[in-house]
Design a protein around this ligand. Structure first.
Ligand code: HEM
Length: 144
C-alpha cells in the first residue's frame, strides 16, 4: 500500500518536473529573439529563475526521493534489467536538467551562446527521454 502512495507521488512529481523542463528552453527562445529589448528580457529572466528554482528543481528532487523510497520498500526492483536502463536514462535527464540550469545562469548574465533554432531543438530533448522512460517503466521489457 505504501509503495502505491510513493508511486502516485513519484508520478505527480515527475509531471511537475517535465512541465518545468518543457518550458525552460521555450523561455530561452523568447529571450534570444528579444535580446535587444531589456524590458522584455528582464521579465523572462525572472520567469526562468522562478520556474527553475521553485518548480523544476524541487520536482526533480521529489521524483528521485519517491522513486528511491519505492526501491527501499521493495528492493526486488534493484534486480530488474529494465530498471537499470531506466536509471541510465534518468541520469541523462538529470544531466539535461543541469545543462538547463547552467544555460539559465548564462542568460541571466546576458551571456547568450545559443541561437533561437538551437534552443528550439534543445527544447525537444526531454520529450525523447519522457517517451523512452515511460515505455520502459510501463512495458518493463525483459530482453536483458
Ligand atoms: C532516481 C530516479 C527514479 C527512480 C529510482 C525510480 C524508481 C521507480 C520505481 C521503483 C517504480 C515502481 C515500478 C513498478 O511499480 O513496477 C517507478 C515507477 C514509475 N516511474 Fe520511476 N523512478 C525514477 C525516475 C523516473 C522518471 C524520471 C520517470 C519519468 C520520466 C519515471 C517514470 C515512472 C513511471 C511512469 C512509473 C510507473 C510505472 C508503472 O507502474 O507501470 N521514473 N519508478
Amino acid at each position: 500500500m505504501l509503495v502505491l502512495w510513493f508511486k502516485a507521488l513519484h508520478l505527480i512529481a515527475m509531471v511537475a518536473w517535465f512541465a518545468g523542463m518543457f518550458y525552460m528552453f521555450r523561455l530561452f527562445v523568447y529571450h534570444v529573439e528579444n535580446r535587444d529589448r531589456p524590458e522584455v528580457t528582464a521579465l523572462l529572466k525572472i520567469m526562468a529563475e522562478r520556474l527553475y528554482r521553485y518548480i523544476t528543481t524541487p520536482a526533480m528532487i521529489a521524483t528521485f526521493v519517491f522513486g528511491i523510497a519505492m526501491l527501499v520498500v521493495n528492493p526486488g526492483y534493484l534486480k530488474l534489467g529494465w530498471m537499470h536502463l531506466k536509471w541510465v536514462l534518468v541520469f541523462g535527464l538529470a544531466g539535461y536538467h543541469g545543462f538547463v540550469g547552467v544555460t539559465r545562469r548564462r542568460f541571466a548574465a546576458d551571456d547568450i551562446r545559443l541561437t533561437s533554432k538551437q534552443c528550439r531543438i534543445l527544447n525537444e530533448v526531454p520529450t525523447l527521454f519522457l517517451i523512452a522512460i515511460v515505455l520502459l517503466a510501463v512495458l518493463r521489457p525483459n530482453f536483458f
